[in-house]
Ligand binder design. Structure first.
Ligand code: EPU
Length: 301
């Protein structure tokens, strides 16, 4: 999707930066995705006007956060992607509250809070991605989820065209699911965290890091777990029991380390990965009668 010169000039006036012909394969942890124009948003206050401009010009768009849980179609993409500015995201602590910009790195936020003796998020340390993405998906690992710590979220809501603040108690956080609308754009969060000595938090972080290193393919291109765990079951264990580790379609491969991680072992295309996902889903359905739901978010045309 290409932006007209007129719209580009107006975006510049609004403090947004336009980058043309960006490869999303370079912006995603899977290393898969086509090409499009990218808009780097500037001041939060200007976002409603930027969004108004895109609506007036009939420019379809999508928000991309850390790019660590998304599978994007190849080729010339029919939407522009919008990013929050990632340089120096705001993070501060006041008592047991942490105020963090959505563009901050999730792990960076966990260690920042640890340095202020605020814990409770040790399990999230190795989850790749941004704070905004973690909020949207209610990211979790090792018994920790971000949702229960959320007290307020400031976000741009496409439905109202405005920046709003939601109370944590008005947001539903379930397992890898939230009540945010798909076109809500997270901007900032206020978390309330338990006080804990730094040393204790670091010890907890070390344990999680070791568990993760021992069981997940951290050095390969992936989007983390491909499927959600079905109630009472483990997607990884079922796929493993079916002997599918190393199973591949082109360069899309079921990790030989953790069977719910599908890796890009070379130059996998989006259709390779989609074919592998469908194939594995079908095999699990056939063997266990269970329908696996995607955890990875798929952007198709
Ligand atoms: N297992 C196997 N073979 C495998 C993988 C797992 O037998 O190839 C077995 C394990 O031995 C264990 C069980 O399956 O008994 C569960 O495995 P694991 O502890 O690795 O956790 P998981 O349920 O597969 C979940 C999250 C991960 C998170 C870990 C740690 C989901 C879909 N996945 O994985 O999150 O890091 O727990 O808490 O909920 C993600 O969301 O992308 C993600 C990676």
């Amino acid at each position: 999707m290409r932006i007209s010169d007129k719209a580009a000039a107006r975006l510049k006036e609004l403090g947004a930066e336009l980058r043309q012909g960006v490869s999303l394969a370079e912006k995603t942890s899977l290393g898969i995705g086509g090409t499009t124009d990218e808009i780097l948003l500037g001041r939060y206050e200007a976002i409603p006007e930027v969004m108004g401009l895109l609506a007036d010009e009939h420019i379809p768009h999508r928000f991309l956060g850390g790019g660590t849980n998304v599978l994007i179609v190849d080729g010339e993409l029919p939407w522009v992607v919008l990013h929050l500015p990632t340089a120096k995201p705001g993070m501060r602590v006041e008592g047991r509250a942490a105020y963090v910009d959505a563009s901050a790195d999730l792990g960076g936020m966990v260690t920042f809070c640890a340095k202020h003796d605020l814990g409770g998020m040790e399990g999230l340390i190795g989850v790749p991605g941004s704070v905004g993405g973690a909020l949207r998906m209610n990211a979790g690992a090792y018994g920790t989820q971000i949702g229960p710590h959320v007290r307020e979220v400031e976000l741009y809501r496409a439905a109202s065209g405005q920046i709003e603040t939601l109370r944590g108690s008005d947001i539903h956080f379930d397992y890898r699911h939230t009540s945010f609308a798909p076109d809500d754009l997270m901007l900032r969060v206020k978390l309330e965290l338990p006080a804990k000595p730094y040393k204790e938090i670091i010890a907890g972080i070390k344990v999680c890091n070791e568990k993760r290193r021992a069981s997940q393919p951290l050095n390969q291109k992936s989007a983390g777990c491909i499927f959600k765990n079905p109630a009472g079951g483990s997607a990884g264990r079922m796929i493993d029991e079916l002997g599918l580790k190393g199973h591949r379609v082109g360069d899309a491969m079921v990790s030989d380390r953790h069977a719910n991680f599908f890796v890009n072992a070379g130059r996998a295309s989006c259709s390779d990965m989609l074919e592998l996902i469908d194939d594995v889903r079908e095999r699990v359905r056939g063997a266990y009668g269970m329908e696996l739901e995607n955890e990875v978010i798929v952007w198709r045309n």
